[in-house]
Each structure stands twice: as structure tokens, then as C-alpha cells.
Design a protein around this ligand. Sequence first.
Ligand SMILES: NC(=O)c1ccc[n+]([C@@H]2O[C@H](COP(=O)([O-])OP(=O)(O)OC[C@H]3O[C@@H](n4cnc5c(N)ncnc54)[C@H](O)[C@@H]3O)[C@@H](O)[C@H]2O)c1
Length: 415
Amino acid sequence: MCPRLAAAECDVDHYRREVRSGLLGLRWPSPPSATAHEYGSSLPGNATEKTKRQRAADTPKDTPKDTPKDTCLEGAGLGMFRDMMFANQKIFLTGGAGFIGSHIAESLLAGGAQLTIYDNFSSGSMENLHKIEGRVQIIRGDICDYPALEAAMRGHNLVSHQAAQLEILKCVDDPIWDLQVNTGGTINVLRAAKNLGVRKVVLASSACVYGQTDVEQQSEDHATQPNWAYGVSKLAGEHYARIYMTDYGLPVVNLRYGIIYGPREWYGRVFTIFLKRLFERKPLVVFGDGQQRRDFTYVGDVVRMHNLCLASDRANGQTYNVATGIGTTVNTLAALVAEAGGGLEVLHENVKEGEYSKIMPERVRLPAELKVMTLSPAKALAELGWKPEVALKDGLQHQIAWLKDHLHRWHTVHI
Ligand SMILES: NC(=O)c1ccc[n+]([C@@H]2O[C@H](COP(=O)([O-])OP(=O)(O)OC[C@H]3O[C@@H](n4cnc5c(N)ncnc54)[C@H](O)[C@@H]3O)[C@@H](O)[C@H]2O)c1
């Protein structure tokens, strides 16, 4: 564990005092006396006005303008919210059985939330939820099924939308389906939240909305030209969110995640593929010159940022990168993993984009591969005092330690 993280976890009492004194602007009002559906309706017009009034009444009046400085918040890890931040909050989490969603779920529960997870378990698993089973309501349902989604969301005041399909090759094969899940599903979440008078929605978006770039770090106002259908479907979700904010007054926060890694990561991309090779004691295979740069962000850092945005009104209506700003080349990643594996061999293979590897015949090189994907976290630091704390080397060790105990999970890795 990184030393700052450990120190901050010990200093959680200090953090509690900051929160209670309102210094961080994260105090919650009393929960609404009416259930959400009592102050929302499926009709626009009156329902919208009512919803806006209710939201205004629910909003803390004394949110300070100053950016939080160097509080222990910056160094805290997954346990930072412990038993106070989300007390009395009824939170609805889509995709909570997945990699990132299950970490968010644990953290929200630790923060005192009453939590409902809504997931179709297409890539998520009950195993991800074993630590919190019995303390959380789990509903098996699809975000594309609007009536079921709205019925399940009823009675919640905050929504975190993490459900999506993430597989690039699937979206290349079937972009309509990708659009239905990622954009259609997001519209359903926004529509249900608006109709039910939900106070805020935090959306998981992606670095993939930016596409190819010449700049070293993309800030949030950088042009968006996705290179994959997946990025288009996530970007469309962001645009719909904007419409729900401007037309219906629904507060939404868009979080553009970099490449997130950590325990429970399941899908086959460079990080997990290298680790699989490490456990098989096989050489690591780098496609091309290995100079592709990627922004690897630890899942615990993402959870902290997510929770800040869910808790703080300051984030409402904003889009934030959730990334380190550090461009790690695939060569560097390979060297780190090889070192962690006690000196594994690293091979380079010239595979064309969209073609299969000869060394790993089961593996295809992604089409339209990006040269650089590095996102600036400056806005999140300036406005919310968030910055990533877990160095790649440390996060890698966490992930390796988890994998050692979960080798059976490899069958879910699509390579
Ligand atoms: N992991 C990353 O590096 C990364 C990067 C950028 C953005 N994101 C975004 O973060 C979010 C979480 O991703 P993750 O890495 O945890 O992926 P994941 O696949 O582990 O989690 C997605 C969850 O959504 C569920 N799901 C999928 N389709 C659904 C549907 N139609 N209805 C209900 N549930 C459904 C899955 O079963 C799974 O539990 C996604 O929105 C993703 O686009 C992730």
C-alpha cells in the first residue's frame, strides 16, 4: 500500500471532523420526507417544476466556494467514506456487480448508504459482491428494459450509472447493440431519474470519447472524435445527459475514466493479458514498437473521485477526467510486469491492426489503436481537490496479490 494512503486511512477521524464541520461542502441535508416517486411523475411540465423545487430544497445551502486543500481526503483509499458520508441516502447503482461498480458498492455501503445494485450479470458476477451480500439489495435487471429499470429505481435519491458493455471487438462487430446498451441504456437511466425526481446522477463515461490526439494530455474541453463505436456510444450518453440537465434540471456528473485497473478487472486488454502471461510464466508480447502511451488509473482512486462527485454539489453539471495524466508506454508496462514476475522475457511482434498474433493465436490486435491516451486530472484537482494517489507499481502489486487468490477468474478473461 502506498504510504500516503496508509497514513490517510489512519487519520480518518480528522477527515470525519472536516466533513462534520462542513469544510468540504459535503454535508447532507435530511433525507426527503416523501419517497422519490411522490414528488416526480412521468409527465414533463409540472413534474419537472416540482422536481426542480424539491431538488432545490434538498440542496445544502452552505456549500463553501473554496477548493479543499491538503486534507486527508486526498490520500484516502477505498475506506475513506466509512460510516458517515452516505448515511440515509438511498443509492441506486447500475452495473454494481462489475469490476468498478463492485468497488463503488463496497465504498458506498461503508459510507452508510442504503444501496440497490441493478445488473444483468452479463459481465458482472456475484463473486464480486460476496463481501457485501446480505447488506445490499441486488436486482437482476437490464438497463434496456425501461419499465423494470424505473420500477427498481423508484424510492432512491441518488443514482450511479456504471452499467455498460465495454468490449471493443463486440462493438466493432455489432455497433447497433453497443449503441442500444450504452446510449439507449443511459437514456433510460436519465429518463427514469428525471421521472422519479432523483437528486443526482453520476455517469461513467470514458477516455474513448476523445479518440486520436496530438496533445500529450487531453483536458475536458479537448475535441471529441472517438475512434471506436464504443466511444461514440459513451459520448452520445454524455450529450443526452446534457439535455436532461438543461431541459429538465436533472443534475448529472460525467466521469471520463482512463484505463482502470485493479482487483476484479476481468477483460482481455494489455494489462490483464500481461498478467495472465506472468502467471503462465510465458514471455510478454508487445504489439508494434510498444510506444503507445496509456493512462492507467487504480480503481481505488476512481472510487474516491466517484464518491466526491456523488456527494458534492460542486460537481453538478460537470465533466471530469478520472485519470493520472501519466502516459505509460506499453514497453514500460511490460518491463514492470516482467520485473514483478522475476524477470520474464518481453517479445515484440509486428501484428497489423485487426489481425491475429502468431505468438498468441487467440489474440487479435485492436483496430484503430490509439497512439496516446493520457488525460489531464487538473480540473478534478482544482475543483474538488482530487488527485490519484496509487502509483502504477503499487497498484500492480495489489492486482497481482488479488489474482494469486483468484486464478479461477481467468476463464472470464476474453483474449
Ligand atoms: N474499466 C475501464 O477501464 C473503464 C474505462 C472507461 C470507462 N469505463 C466505464 O466504467 C463502467 C464500469 O466498467 P467496468 O470496467 O466495471 O466493466 P464491467 O463489465 O466489469 O461492469 C459493467 C457491469 O454492467 C453490467 N451490465 C452490462 N450490460 C448491462 C445491461 N444491459 N443492464 C444491466 N447491467 C449491465 C455488467 O454485468 C457488469 O456488472 C462502464 O460504464 C464503462 O464503460 C470503464
